[in-house]
Design a protein around this ligand. Structure first.
Ligand code: SF4
Ligand code: WCC
Ligand code: FE
Length: 672
């Protein structure tokens, strides 16, 4: 069986359009967003959907990655194949420029994820020092498990004492200078990955240092070697994974490990009779407090004539709260402006990342108050309320009060809430998934999943992740890839805006299983449900494992499967897909997926086509070195097909080697 069913061996994408209907401003398949968009057009309110059209056609130098703005002798563009115009002013080649641009995205992504986890770490630290009285350790079990992985003693020690040591390791992971591997990362890698990263010299020792080093490496007149630059990028992607892992694990310790939970999603969850507050961004440190404050403030809401306070989530703050508290998910990042346009959103409280500056302009057409809460995130015109761990509950109450005050200014004529809302089941931490499978096999829960793959009941596991990129219609890529995968019996987990798409559109419910799952997947899910009568939620078509930082949960699952199968990650029938990737964080995540050994589909072309060398490294050579590779394919059906091929190849190989090991009674071969 060929590794790629790509007879051209170029790994080039199909001819699917790069920008779907560039003049069409109705760039969404979400019925609720579409309804709002029509109102926006009638009222002449500009949104992201109009701005995408206004940007067309986009600059092809930038699109292909051959525009360099790293120094102010530039911008330099690679304009010819030969001669002086084929290089930048300093003589940088296309491959150097493309590589530098690409890895700087990874640096941006790693900086963002780790900024988030640093904040969680600071909050946990303030708590252990007695300066954050509103926080507590909600999951001592997770803390102890994490401590043991990190080599922190748990014997006869209190939770706070253990957490203090864990935090110290976390801080060291940000700023270590000694030649020691990043502890959080090292603690959960397979032996195979550990060796691989050592041999290729990409095991980071600290997050901050790795990001800084990469910026220095790609500064004017430093590294010109594209391969060396890419390796710097891979190292930073591993720092990103470490940052995500710190964020996920410590959030679980502070706010609880998610368990299956029922909720609802899409703009219909905005309640006209209540004070509505959207919490938007990424960080649960603030939003968890806002939820707690809102639950206490029903009486104050009643004083202004509302029935209570309704918190709805947007983007990954929404995912965090949905996973742990069952808070409604109003919408995902790309349609954030639409929530304001319902006319019934009294406040939008934002923290960091994926928040459009445009929300303030839309809010000005309504009564909605936009409140920023972090020192590095302000928007001209909106209110800023500095959120502080020491005064967390007090700050959260102030935020709820701002919304209650704003409620008085609602204009009933401007209220128009779409009816679209769907029931869903979320909350699938790897712990929760393991518990579910343990009901089938208590000794080896992961074997339930791996056996189902080896015996052909399911085809493998796919992690669906990433943003919306409005070069195509919102959610169309996510939905098409998902439907193809589940139809072909792939077990699917999802994070971020991909999970948001499925939640909003009713695909994250047990009902969707009957409608879309293939017979193998259906029987697998039914078998799990029957073994878990205590689980009243039922099991969904696609399993929500959390926010974008929780892609680390996806990797946790891949590693658990690798350990169960007795192989390294690149042998596991596990793939990833970001059909509509947009953010720098998505580039960082996709890169560590590849580095960890996963075939990784991306449905929006990253700027790598300006250099055949870089294109080849990301799509082919990466596979030879790390066992994972990018699959760049804009046609979602074909993208899914390529993922299915990758899964099939891995399962076939696994079976061959398992059978040989059984036949000759030897340990399974590892060198394939
Ligand atoms: Fe141009 Fe070189 Fe400066 Fe880039 S670093 S802008 S290629 S002179
Ligand atoms: Ni993660 Fe992408 Fe959504 Fe933002 S929230 S838009 S990075 S997937
Ligand atoms: Fe996110």
């Amino acid at each position: 069986m060929p590794r790629y069913r790509d007879l051209t061996h170029t790994a080039r994408p199909s001819n699917a359009p790069r920008v779907f209907e560039p003049k069409n401003p109705l760039r969404t398949t979400d019925p609720a967003a579409l309804e709002m968009l029509k109102i926006a057009h009638e009222s002449k309110i500009e949104t992201v959907f109009d701005r995408v059209v206004a940007q067309q056609p986009q600059c092809q130098f930038g699109y292909k990655g051959v525009c360099c703005r790293i120094c102010i002798a530039g911008p330099c563009r690679v304009k010819a194949d030969d001669g002086p115009a084929s290089k930048g002013i300093c003589g940088a080649n296309a491959y150097t420029i493309v590589a530098r641009n690409l890895v700087r995205y990874i640096a941006g992504g790693a900086a963002s994820h780790s900024e988030h986890s640093r904040h969680v770490l600071h909050t946990a630290h303030a708590m252990t020092e007695g300066h954050a009285p509103d926080y507590q350790i909600k999951s001592p079990a997770k803390l102890r498990k994490l401590a043991e992985k990190l080599g922190v003693s748990t014997l006869d020690r209190g939770d706070m004492e253990i957490l203090t040591d864990v935090i110290e390791i976390g801080y060291a992971d940000f700023g270590r200078y000694q030649e020691r591997p990043l502890a959080f990362l090292d603690s959960f890698l397979t032996e195979g990955r550990r060796k691989k990263f050592k041999h290729t010299n990409i095991m980071p020792k600290a997050i901050d240092g790795t990001v800084t080093e990469l910026i220095a490496q790609t500064s004017m007149g430093v590294d010109a070697d594209p391969v060396n630059i890419i390796f710097g990028g891979l190292k930073a992607s591993l720092a990103d994974l470490a940052g995500e892992y710190i964020g996920t694990t410590l959030s679980d310790v502070l706010f609880g490990v998610p368990e299956p939970i029922i909720s609802e999603s899409n703009l219909g969850v905005i309640n006209p009779k209540m004070v509505n507050i959207a919490v938007h961004g990424h960080n649960p440190v603030l939003s968890e407090m806002v939820v707690a404050a809102a639950r206490k403030m029903t009486d104050e809401a009643k004083k202004v004539g509302a029935e209570g306070v309704n918190i709805v989530g947007i983007c990954c703050t929404g995912n965090e709260l949905l996973m742990r508290e069952g808070v409604y998910l109003a919408t995902s990042s790309a349609s954030q402006e639409m929530a304001i346009m319902t006319g019934a959103l009294d406040a939008m409280v934002v923290d960091i990342q994926c928040i459009y500056p445009a929300v303030q302009q839309v809010a000005e057409c309504f009564h909605t108050k936009v409140v920023t809460t972090e020192s590095i995130m302000k928007i001209p015109g909106s209110q800023h309320l500095a959120f502080n761990a020491t005064t967390a509950m007090e700050d959260a109450e102030k935020l709820v009060k701002i919304a209650i005050e704003a409620y008085k200014n609602r204009d009933p004529k401007k209220i128009s809430i779409p009816s679209e809302r769907h029931k869903l089941v979320a909350g699938f931490s790897i712990e929760a998934l393991t518990d579910i499978m343990a009901k089938v096999n208590p000794e080896r829960p992961m074997s339930v999943l791996t056996d189902a793959i080896l015996n052909g009941q399911i085809k493998g596991v796919a992690l669906m992740a990433g943003c919306n990129n409005l070069k195509r219609l919102q959610d169309e890529g996510h939905v098409t890839v998902l439907k193809e995968l589940v139809k072909n019996d792939v077990f699917v987990i999802a994070t971020g805006c991909s999970a948001g798409a499925y939640a909003k559109l009713g695909l994250m419910s047990p009902l969707a299983v009957d409608a879309y799952a293939g017979p193998g997947l259906k029987s697998f899910l039914k078998m799990l449900e029957e073994a878990n009568p205590q689980l009243t939620t039922g099991l969904p078509l696609v399993f929500h494992v959390g926010a974008c930082v929780d892609n680390s949960r996806g990797m946790d699952l891949a590693i658990a499967m690798a350990n169960e199968l007795g192989v390294d990650v690149p042998r596991v029938p596990f793939v990833a897909s970001a059909p509509e990737a947009m953010h720098e964080k998505a580039v960082a995540i996709g890169t560590w997926c590849v580095t960890m050994g996963l075939p990784t589909h991306v449905g929006s072309m990253p700027p790598v086509e300006g250099s055949d060398l870089i294109y080849g490294i990301t799509t082919q050579i990466a596979h030879d070195v790390f066992g994972g590779n990018f699959i760049l394919e804009m046609d979602p059906v074909l993208g899914a097909r390529k993922l299915l091929d990758a899964l099939e190849y891995r399962t076939w190989k696994l079976r061959v080697h398992q059978q040989a090991a059984e036949k000759y009674n030897t340990p399974m071969a590892q060198g394939w």
